[in-house]
Design a protein around this ligand. Structure first.
Ligand code: NAP
Length: 241
């Protein structure tokens, strides 16, 4: 039976690219997003695998509980979890509202607790699985204007090491990726001056593509990474070295 990958926030962007790559790798795909991401599920099915949508707010523990139960019932197992859903509410710390701090922590960090706990329990019982979370270079190096976001992304790195220690003896590996500047509508909207300033700090002098994140996630989900756990792989074209 084909293995199942559940990807959060897979309706667009990096999450969509991860869903399509893991479908190409032969995984059945459970597509989570806030909304019904029918187009992404359709593209996965066109690659010859089973794919269904599981709309849910991953910052809500009860919604995650329902989703994990439903995915397990409809697909039979959860072999790979990719914690990708994330948001930004940027602003300098002295001007950041408490509401924007709390929201980013809830969506980016608490969601990872919800999903690591719930899917981790399924994987423990299965005696195998892969958990991969999307952190950020902002969580490794910090980034002005992103106190909330960098806190949430740094937390993911600590949570990854802790879960790797807790689940290692059960055959579950737990890793993270830390993307740098990836070409998305967000980076397209920057001014030429801002783009030049960013590119000057990147050894490879270009933005990353979403497929380049998906490729590393594919490695962490596959058999070639069977002895890799507790690690955060930076995918940044050599930023801040
Ligand atoms: P994106 O285009 O905004 O996609 C994020 C997806 O997550 C959206 O489909 C969004 O749905 C969904 N989502 C938001 N809140 C959710 C929730 N509570 N429950 C379920 N789904 C939710 O972002 P992206 O650029 O692809 O980023 C994906 C991940 O990579 C994020 O964790 C981000 O922090 C990280 N990252 C991105 C970059 C970059 O350069 N883009 C760099 C480093 C790290 P809606 O659209 O309906 O809100």
């Amino acid at each position: 039976m084909a293995e199942t990958a559940l990807i959060t926030g897979a309706g667009q962007g990096i999450g969509e690219a991860i869903a399509l790559r893991l479908a190409k790798d032969g995984f059945n795909i459970a597509v989570n997003d806030l909304r019904e991401a029918a187009a992404v599920a359709g593209k996965c099915r066109a690659l010859g695998v089973k794919a269904e949508c599981f709309p849910a707010d991953v910052s809500d523990y009860g919604a995650c509980e329902g989703m994990v139960k439903e995915v397990k019932e409809r697909f039979g197992s959860i072999d790979v979890l990719v914690n990708n859903a994330g948001i930004t509410r940027d602003g300098l710390a002295v001007r950041m509202s408490e509401a924007d701090y709390d929201l980013v922590i809830r969506v980016n960090q608490k969601s990872v607790f919800n999903m690591m706990k719930l899917a981790g329990a399924v994987m423990m019982r299965q005696k195998g699985g892969r958990i991969i979370s999307v952190s950020s270079v902002a969580g490794v190096h910090g980034n002005a204007g992103q106190l909330n976001y960098s806190a949430s992304k740094a937390a993911i790195i600590g949570m990854t090491m802790t879960m790797a220690k807790e689940l290692g003896s059960r055959g579950v590996t737990v890793n993270a990726v830390a993307p740098g500047f990836i070409q998305t509508p967000m980076t397209d909207a920057l001014t030429e001056e801002q783009k030049a300033a960013i590119l000057s700090q990147i050894a490879m002098k270009r933005y990353g593509q979403v497929e380049e994140i998906a490729g590393v996630v594919s490695f962490l989900a596959g058999s070639d990474s069977s002895y890799v756990t507790g690690q955060t792989i930076e995918i940044s074209g050599g930023l801040s070295m």
